[in-house]
Write a protein that binds this ligand. Structure first.
Ligand code: HPA
Ligand code: ZN
Length: 329
């Protein structure tokens, strides 16, 4: 089955963890392909999430000037085009890009403008989500969510928390998510990946997101599954990354199949294209190989993602109509 040509929605995708070798070489010609494979890509099995995340600085170290940020956005849109992605939400943490003198506000401005230009050039629709990180202070989290507010009405569409869920608690970030809730800012949050259902319960209670990044360990708690269904909380599932950090031994043991069958809203994503060395087309192929998933399953996942996206009702309807006609052909 050829999955490449099918239109896809991708809601969980880290800009700074998705640099192709081409863009890395353009930014720093001294990095050989062997070094890229060694430093930027993690092994197929990592000890845990923290081990996996050790590769992330390789990406954001090369994204410290306006020109570098523009190059990386353009590079990602080329990868999205190769996967036939029609709508993407791209996330990154602006405060990781101020190490060579850029102001956080300017970082967001450059990425927003580069995204708007890439949309016009490629026809791929997209939004940008700003991330705070688990190890950030309360001030850094507030600064990040206020950037989402300042850029309201642009391609900046939401707020997220990423990084090491198992190593850092939620306390520093509760006020930022309260602010987001009061300001009606769309939110997602990484949870239920490196920790289990208790992490998802605290995330739902204190952050009140409409989606959860990963959330795959909700399979351990039937009451949590009921809650996700009742409140239509969408799970941004990134299958290969979950296997890589060893939540599941192989894709065949991944909870996404059961979550789908129990009626939870799930979508399929890559998370970190470089660190995991994956494309969205490969993710679809692997789910087909592991579970026999066909167009019907992928249509459902994409319609779920369209409904859960942080875009306008008009764009959601347009995406759903395009998906229905492409998958039913
Ligand atoms: N979890 C948390 N933070 C991340 C991830 C992830 O899977 N990928 C990139 N940043
Ligand atoms: Zn992620």
């Amino acid at each position: 089955m050829d999955f490449q040509h099918l239109p896809k929605i991708e809601l969980h995708l880290h800009l700074d963890c998705s640099l192709s070798y081409d863009v890395v070489r353009t930014i720093d010609s001294s990095i050989s392909v062997e070094e890229y494979n060694d430093r930027f890509i993690a092994p197929p099995k990592c000890a845990n999430l923290a081990d996996f995340l050790k590769r992330a600085p390789e990406g954001f170290k090369l994204m410290q000037t306006e020109e570098q940020l523009r190059l990386v956005v353009d590079d990602l849109f080329e990868q999205l085009a190769a996967d036939n992605v029609v709508y993407a939400e791209i996330r990154f943490a602006p405060l990781q890009h101020i190490h060579q003198g850029l102001l956080a506000h300017d970082v967001v401005g450059v990425v927003e403008e580069a995204t708007a230009k890439a949309i016009a050039r490629t026809g791929i629709q997209a939004g940008v989500i700003l991330c705070t990180l688990r190890h950030f202070s309360e001030d850094e989290s507030m600064e990040t969510v206020k950037l989402v507010r300042k850029f309201a009405g642009t391609k900046i569409v939401g707020f997220d928390i990423a990084a090491d869920e198992a190593g850092f608690p939620i306390y520093n970030h509760v006020n930022a998510f309260r602010y987001a809730y009061d300001e009606k800012i769309h939110c997602t949050a990484h949870a239920g990946e490196a920790r289990g259902p208790e992490s998802m319960w605290e995330t739902l209670e204190h952050f009140r997101p409409s989606r959860i990044g990963h959330g795959v360990r909700s399979i351990e708690d039937p009451i949590l599954i009921e809650r996700l269904k009742k409140d239509s909380i969408h799970l941004e599932v990134c299958p290969s990354c979950n296997v890589q950090i060893d939540i599941f031994e192989s894709l065949k043991n991944h909870s996404v199949r059961s979550l789908y069958e129990q009626g939870v809203s799930v979508g399929i994503n890559t998370d970190a294209r470089t660190i995991t060395n994956v494309t969205l087309t490969k993710e679809y192929q692997r789910l087909h190989d592991a579970f026999g998933w066909t167009r019907e399953h992928f249509l459902r996942c994409n319609l779920n993602a369209a409904a859960a996206s942080f875009t306008t009702p008009e764009q959601k309807l347009d995406l759903s109509t395009r998906l229905e006609s492409a998958y039913r052909d």
